[in-house]
Design a protein around this ligand. Sequence first.
Ligand SMILES: [Zn+2]
Length: 245
Amino acid sequence: MSQDPVVIVTTSWDDGHSADLRVAELLAAHGLKATFYVAFNHPNRKEISDGEIRMLYRAGMEIGSHTLTHRLLTGRPAAEVHHELKESRMRLEDIVGAPVTAFSYPQGAFTAVARAALAETGYRLGRSTIAFRTAYDFDPFLMPISLEFCPYSRFAITRHALRDGNLAGLTHWARVAKLETDPLSLARLMFDEILLRGGIFHVNARSWEIDKNKLWDQLDDMARYIAGHPAIHHATNSEVLSFYN
Ligand SMILES: [Zn+2]
């Protein structure tokens, strides 16, 4: 007797930018959900306003923290890391009027100190950029992703995976996606594999980068491709955690 595999689709968006609203609208049109990770003082970009953050939240999306300053957490004293985590969470909770329990590491750079600090400052989830992962069971403070929706070179993807010690991801990328780098093709290959075997399909990107790389049509194509399959559970990042509880 065979059982249909369980497929969960989630997306996450880093940095906090006004273009997040366009992403939310596009995803919602296809029934997809998202977690938007906001950094307050990201250099070289337009900030998202408090009102825009509230609009995302009221549209059913999750708001998470991406630190105050977007500085890397690596190599910094624990007290500073705690301050970044705690202060950003409190500011976001003031804005949305609800608990904020999800966090994404700037540039995906995690450390043992930062990982431990998450639990100590009230978070339940820490999203990394450990890529090409699809398994249901994962460390909630190092939540992996399936792919970044961004046209990186093979070299950049490999270097990033090696930094994260992610040999399993590299193997999966080679086996399932034949080292594909085009975001839409890569997403389709990864999604088809999950449809077959079950798992979590987690797409990560930054809205300002979608805009810069003119990937809006491809993002829409991907969302439509996923939405075409009926037996899928759509979730924010934190809803993925609670899915089996
Ligand atoms: Zn970022």
